[in-house]
Design a protein around this ligand. Structure first.
Ligand code: HEC
Length: 287
């Protein structure tokens, strides 16, 4: 009987650990080349992992200034940026709709709407309740601007590819690798060994020093701090982007992990109590 208790305990722990880490499966693959794939020890890996908030704030800047001319982020609303555990959460503005960062980010975008009085289509600055708007009005327009390919939405990109965080990181860094013999790159395509088949319709989006990082950040406690802005190296920008996109792909990750942890502790205590009461109930019975 004691064995059975141990078994159910282990089973409970496995279920809880699986729910904490959010095990996911997806597809992907590369091509043989000189590029050496980097494996980053991401701060958000593992059952206690967290988003590096300052990096994700910089990542938003890179997304906004570089990627957003082609890629949408349609599953994210501006107000999500200021939720607890989100990159721009401010202790003084617990309601994200009042958060000055969130308000500025929203107002920085143009959103399509309908005039409430005339019913005419209009464009207005974004508000905190809006979702990130589409970049192109439709797929045909997206293809026309991108040599026939559609830039995919980036909201869940880190979850949509196998080892998505490393994948996006390496995708950014692998441009410029010498094209191996036998791989033919037609006009409009670019060589990137990380991409399936090595060919991608996106030109290298990043270059050294492309963005000017701000010398302020919001720390883990939601306080605004003046800091030395890091240099915008390729690795730094790619790392920051991935931190931001890892958050957008799983905004509730930190809550989920702490719930998972509480579940494990709860199950352990429950198992112990059940075992002790079993001992007590059967104390005087021969078996
Ligand atoms: C000028 C437009 C443009 C910009 C700017 C751009 N992309 Fe892309 N991106 C594309 C297109 C087009 C595709 C589709 C490529 C294909 O299917 O071959 C793509 C594909 C991708 C993919 C998916 C690759 C895959 O596995 O299918 C990722 C990830 C990505 N881009 C990330 C980024 C990031 C991050 C940035 C900003 C640093 C960025 N892109 C900037 C046009 C762009």
């Amino acid at each position: 009987m004691a064995f059975k208790t141990t078994k159910s305990l282990i089973l409970g722990a496995i279920v809880a650990v699986a729910s904490v880490t959010g095990i996911a499966f997806a597809a992907g693959g590369g091509v043989h080349s000189d590029y050496e794939e980097q494996h980053v020890d991401w701060s958000f890996n593992g059952p206690f992992g967290k988003i590096d908030r300052a990096a994700a704030q910089r990542g938003y800047k890179v997304y906004r200034e570089v990627c957003a001319s082609c890629h949408s982020l349609k599953y994210v609303a501006f107000r999500h940026l200021g939720d607890e555990n989100a990159p721009f959460y401010l202790e003084d503005f617990k309601n994200p709709n009042d958060n000055p960062y969130v308000k500025n980010f929203a107002a920085d975008w143009t959103v399509a709407d309908i005039d409430g009085e005339t019913g005419d289509p209009i464009e207005r600055p974004g508000i905190t309740a809006d979702y990130f708007p589409p970049i192109f009005p439709n797929d045909a327009a997206a293809r026309a601007s991108n040599g026939g390919s559609i830039p995919p939405d980036l909201s869940s990109m880190v979850k949509a590819r196998t080892n998505g965080a490393d994948y996006v990181y390496n995708l950014m860094l692998a441009y410029g690798t010498p094209i191996p013999k036998g791989v033919e790159i037609t006009p409009g395509l670019h060589f990137n060994p990380v991409m399936d088949g090595g060919k991608i319709a996106m030109a290298a989006p990043l270059s050294e020093g492309l963005v000017d990082y701000d010398p302020v950040e919001i720390n883990d406690h939601g306080e605004l701090k003046t800091v030395a802005a890091p240099e915008a190296t390729m690795e730094q920008m790619s790392h920051d982007l991935v931190q931001f996109l890892a958050w957008s792909a799983d905004p509730k990750m930190e809550q989920r992990k702490s719930t998972g942890l509480m579940t494990i502790i709860y199950l352990l205590i429950l198992s112990l109590l059940l075992f002790l009461s079993y001992k007590r109930v059967w104390r005087n019975v021969k078996h």
